[in-house]
Design a protein around this ligand. Structure first.
Ligand code: HAM
Length: 425
């Protein structure tokens, strides 16, 4: 039969070996600072009630109005593949009453997110984020901690060519005062119907309009940063001084507009200079009204989402990926039936002691098996045949320089350990 091949859906990003090893490494670097700061894992569904996102993320956003993967399930419910992580975390916190316990609730997550965007380099329809959320404490020090955790993730990878932009979207009085002047300003522009409808839903959204005539018009728009209440100003000042104390460089970008509607107070983005149009490698901020509009108590929150795909692209662009990606410590070549059984036993013992061990399977001739050992990139190779088993000794071959020494099988683990640690020095 001649079946047609099936292709992956358009715009998805998948990671196969050997690239997947680099991906896994990048993801681990990004999230490890959160674990060191006491954030705990939350695993959530990839699909949720559509209302969670239309209400939580906001109708004015491209994410909700154009990019959601929404479908009816078999029970006639409207379901959406999660376009981001924050709304789901908040839903779970409210539903499971985590907000009634110790505050702040501090969680991290990692997974796939879905947005029906036009695919291009660094922009995918299924992409990967790691993120954190800290819910229930309104203290500028936690804002600074959250930013520092994201910053450290990028530093762990070894990235240099990125900048941190921050701004404040103020508190409710700041936003109300700004909104009044901004709406007056919009009346002086000749906005089309769709644009004014967007402005009604979220007046800040028009700062994000990429059409040249809108960019020009918005150059004169009043900026929220000039309307901060004394409290909001004091708060933003503290966040900045904490960042300075931690030696985290930043610039203030008063025109930053995040693509999601829930933001209030401190907001931030990390921008990488080697990635072209899709330069945002991570972003986040405060979302002090979100819990309430999702039916919970009025608690504050702050968090971030980091783009793992883009962080990997940035690591490749800067050439900072570690070179010894996936390399086994030992490759065992068994010759004959009884050697196969011993190879399995020896390999399990070595693996249990943390030594990465592969076996050459299939009844290949020695030459073919040696080729496979070479290709595997393993650091050491042993051949296990009848005579080796009888003598209880193998020839341990170091692959980088071909050096060989005889080792008793029962001493293999200790010998490998000492040689590997010498190699790693
Ligand atoms: P976001 O800025 O929409 O924020 O996404 C965070 C990061 O995900 C972006 O900076 C980017 O690196 C990556 N990203 C977004 N869309 C794509 C895509 N189509 N392809 C590849 N990468 C992409 C959020 O999602 C918020 N939930 C972050 C947050 C958490 N705010 C508070 N808490």
């Amino acid at each position: 039969m001649n079946y047609e091949k099936i292709q992956a859906p358009k715009g998805v990003r998948e990671y196969l070996p050997p690239e997947s090893t680099a991906f896994e490494w990048v993801r681990q670097q990004l999230i490890s600072p959160a674990r060191l700061a006491g954030y705990q894992l939350m695993e959530l569904p990839v699909f949720e009630d559509t209302n969670l996102f239309s209400r939580g993320v906001g109708e004015s956003t491209d994410v909700v109005s154009k990019e959601m993967y929404t479908f009816e399930d078999r029970g006639g419910r409207s379901i959406t593949l999660r376009p981001e992580g924050t709304a789901g975390v908040m839903r779970a916190v409210i539903e499971q009453n985590l907000d009634r316990g110790q505050l702040p609730v501090k969680v991290w997550y990692s997974g796939q997110y879905f947005r029906a965007e036009r695919p291009q380099a660094g922009r995918y329809r299924q992409f990967y984020q790691v993120g954190i959320e800290a819910i229930g404490v309104d203290d500028p020090a936690i804002d600074a901690e959250v930013i520092a955790i994201a910053y450290q993730g990028f530093k762990n990878i070894g990235l240099k060519n990125f900048t941190l932009q921050i701004t404040s979207l103020g508190d409710a009085p700041s936003r109300a005062a700004h909104r009044e002047d901004l709406m007056k300003f919009y009346q002086t522009l000749n906005l089309d119907e769709a644009t004014s409808a967007r402005a009604q839903l979220n007046p800040l959204r028009l700062f994000d309009d990429k059409r040249p005539e809108m960019v020009a018009a918005m150059a004169k728009a009043p900026l929220l940063l000039d309307y901060l209440s004394p409290e909001a100003q004091d708060n933003f000042g503290k966040v900045q001084s904490y960042l300075k104390a931690m030696n985290i460089a930043f610039t203030i970008n008063p025109r930053m507009v995040r693509g999601l509607d829930y933001y209030t107070g401190t907001t931030f983005e990390f921008v990488h200079s080697d990635l072209g149009a899709q330069s945002g490698i991570g972003g986040g901020g405060r979302y002090d009204g979100l819990m309430e509009i999702l039916g919970g108590q009025p608690l504050s929150g702050i968090g971030f989402g980091l783009g793992v795909d883009r962080a990997l692209l940035a690591a490749v662009a800067e050439g900072v990926l570690p070179s010894d990606s996936f390399t086994s410590d030992l490759f065992i070549i068994p010759l004959g039936e009884s050697a196969k059984s011993s190879a399995l036993t020896i390999a399990s013992q070595l693996r249990n002691s943390g030594i990465t061990t592969e076996i050459a399977f299939g009844d290949r001739a020695l030459k073919g098996a040696m080729k496979a050992a070479d290709k595997s990139g393993a650091r050491f190779v042993i051949v296990l045949g009848e005579s080796e088993l009888q003598a209880g000794t193998v020839e341990l071959k170091r692959m980088d320089d071909g050096a060989v020494n005889s080792v008793k099988i029962e001493q293999l683990q200790g010998e490998l350990r000492s040689q590997l640690s010498a190699q790693r020095k």
